[in-house]
Ligand binder design. Sequence first.
Ligand code: CP
Length: 352
Amino acid sequence: MTNKGHDLSKSIEKQNITSPEEIDIDVLRKTQFNWKRKSLLTTQDLLIEEIDLIVNTARAFSEILTRQIKKVPTMRGKVIINLFYENSTRTRSSFELAGRYLSADVTNFAVSTSSIKKGETLQDTAQTLIQMGADAVVIRHPHSGVPFQLAKFLPNNISLINAGDGSNEHPTQALLDLYTILEVFSIQDLIVSNFLANKKIAIVGDILHSRVARSNIWLLKKLGMDIHLCGPPTLLPTVMKEFGVKTHWGLKDALSDADLIMVLRLQTERQTSGLIPSLDEYHRLYGLSHERIKLAKPNVLVLHPGPMNRGVEITSELADDPKYSLINKQVANGVAIRMALLYLLVFASEKK
Ligand code: CP
């Protein structure tokens, strides 16, 4: 599977595509890679070979994003439906752009104005998606587990992608985070490289409510990373040790010798009340700044999934400092990762 993944990347790269008509899905289909997955709901069950193939495919598709005309006919005739029950800037627009760059027909169900507001059930919504001929459905929902529920109502030939469910998972975010990390360290092959094994990442902030943290924990653990969680006791329950990670209520040990720091947004909308005394105190104890990152390795790199609370979990100066901050790269890489996922998942069953 590994070599086949690279064959796919090479086959796309070798085409030196300059206009929309110069990419041929049949050429891609001829590559004999053994991708079977139709849906992505979690990072927990991803195989290393699948992760490697997603990253390699994203790397190949990222070339399209550098062109003047960012469009290839790869998914012409395919229908992608974005079903966002919760606000999103980055995820929804990157799925939309990814689909459009691949020439799919993309439609957004505006939940605030749709029949879902009138009490339509998830099962009826699934029927609507089926009748509309969806090839892929991208769902975000404020409640954990809803994508898994929707999956029960959809036939296997419709790809379902979890774009974030409550505090549970955000697998495409974790994959774009990994893609960004591999890019900055110039890691080409996850299978042969053990570069990430024992690299230390500190994930700092509102761990309790973070689907990004959970998806990254499952993903990065598979690659052997040394994962340290840090946050106030109210946002970092000790039970999280059971995830096979180290936990800290203070920044010093968490950041010490860290190669990477992932800062998480303080999710005030998911907090009941009284979990932190004040935003000022949170910033004083856990806010990332140029001064604070001196606790980590000198060349430490900082990720944040966005949206940011500037001046709360991270200073603007650090967030905007290209020497340390990978935040803009994360956003840009989100499109390539989602192009790769749409392509791999939708065409999975059509491969020989
Ligand atoms: N990182 C992320 O999921 O951002 P959005 O909520 O803007 O999609």
